[in-house]
Write a protein that binds this ligand. Structure first.
Ligand code: FES
Length: 322
């Protein structure tokens, strides 16, 4: 199934911190407006070189005329951030998907407590602007390596946001460090926690919250990148296509997506790391070996869908709803 695309124009591109650019997208045509979005949404961006990447929208969802992205020029990138920094220029057009949101603010939260690590600020920035504009109780902790690498500091210094935000800089001696355990102890029982940033940062915040018995329903997070799947001790297994009965063997060194593509069965992918959910496929029989960071533990336990870009199988056969 192909995803409908929108054409947008890069209206502005600026450097907002060391290695981080801000890209402002507007509708490429007066004939249509940009679809509305909610705080925490992201879009797929189709970049030169057949690259598709997800970027969070970091502006206030109350803005209806533009989408704003923040992009880190990551030296370990697989090409997306390099293309965004080097090949995308003001005035050029890009294709994007409509906004999608897997990282929503909870309407039930008595308080919103947001943790951003580095470039993880992007969805969090949209959230805090929404919360401030709507008078909701929130506080935000923003951890970066240094002032120079702190994106959107000026936006966060606005009077409506500044009193809710605490900055932490790794390189600044004598400045406060995030005392996570102490912070979690002070939160109201009805507080919801939101985390975005590098995997180590997220594992730390989420792991600490879980160790304090924080319920999963009050933990919200979005990963940007995952560790490459370790296939060194992977086993081969079979998948059966439910609609045709065709059985395909997934070799140890192939993903399900790759093996099916070799047999002419295309599954749409984007991140290929188990983060975005684009490849999500139903499972009718068998037990997937979930390797993704997209589904929740409760969704993994149901074993009725999996991400074939990275996940494998614990049973000799998986029957896929294809
Ligand atoms: S392509 Fe993103 S989760 Fe599979």
């Amino acid at each position: 199934m192909s995803i409908p695309k929108l054409t947008v124009r890069v209206a502005r591109k600026t450097l907002v911190a060391q290695g981080i650019c801000c890209v402002e997208l507007v509708s490429a045509s007066d004939a249509y407006a940009l679809p509305a979005f909610t705080a925490g949404s992201h879009i797929d961006v189709y970049l030169p070189g057949d690259i598709v990447r997800q970027y969070s929208l970091c502006n206030d969802p109350g803005e209806t005329d533009r989408y704003v992205l923040g992009v880190l020029n990551d030296p370990n990138s697989r090409g997306g951030s390099k293309a965004m920094h080097e090949a995308v220029t003001e005035g050029c057009t890009l294709e994007i998907s409509e906004p999608k949101n897997h990282f929503e603010l909870s309407p039930d939260a008595e308080q919103h407590v947001l943790f951003a690590g580095g470039i993880g600020i992007t969805p969090i920035l949209s959230m805090v602007q929404f919360l401030a504009r709507n008078g909701r109780p929130f506080k935000m902790h923003y951890c970066t390596r240094s002032k120079a690498t702190t994106a959107f500091a000026q936006r966060l210094s606005a009077p409506s946001l500044a009193t809710h935000v605490t900055h932490y800089f790794d390189d600044a001696i004598g400045t406060p460090k995030l005392e996570l355990e102490a912070e979690l102890k002070t939160l109201r029982l009805g507080a919801h926690i939101y985390v975005c940033g590098p995997k180590g940062f997220m594992d730390w915040v989420l792991g600490t919250a879980r160790s304090y018995g924080w319920p999963e329903s009050q933990l919200h997070y979005e990963f940007f990148a995952a560790d490459a799947p370790d296939l060194s001790d992977a086993d081969s297994f079979d998948v059966r296509i439910a609609s045709s009965g065709q059985v395909i063997t997934i070799a140890k060194d192939k993903t399900v997506v790759q093996a099916l593509a070799e047999c002419g069965i295309e599954i749409e992918t984007s991140c290929e790391q188990g983060i975005c959910g684009t490849c999500l496929t139903g499972v009718k029989e068998g037990r997937p070996d979930h390797k993704d960071l997209f589904l929740t533990q409760a969704e993994h336990d149901l074993n009725d869908q999996f991400t074939p870009c990275c996940s494998r199988s614990l049973s000799p056969l998986l029957v896929l709803d294809l």
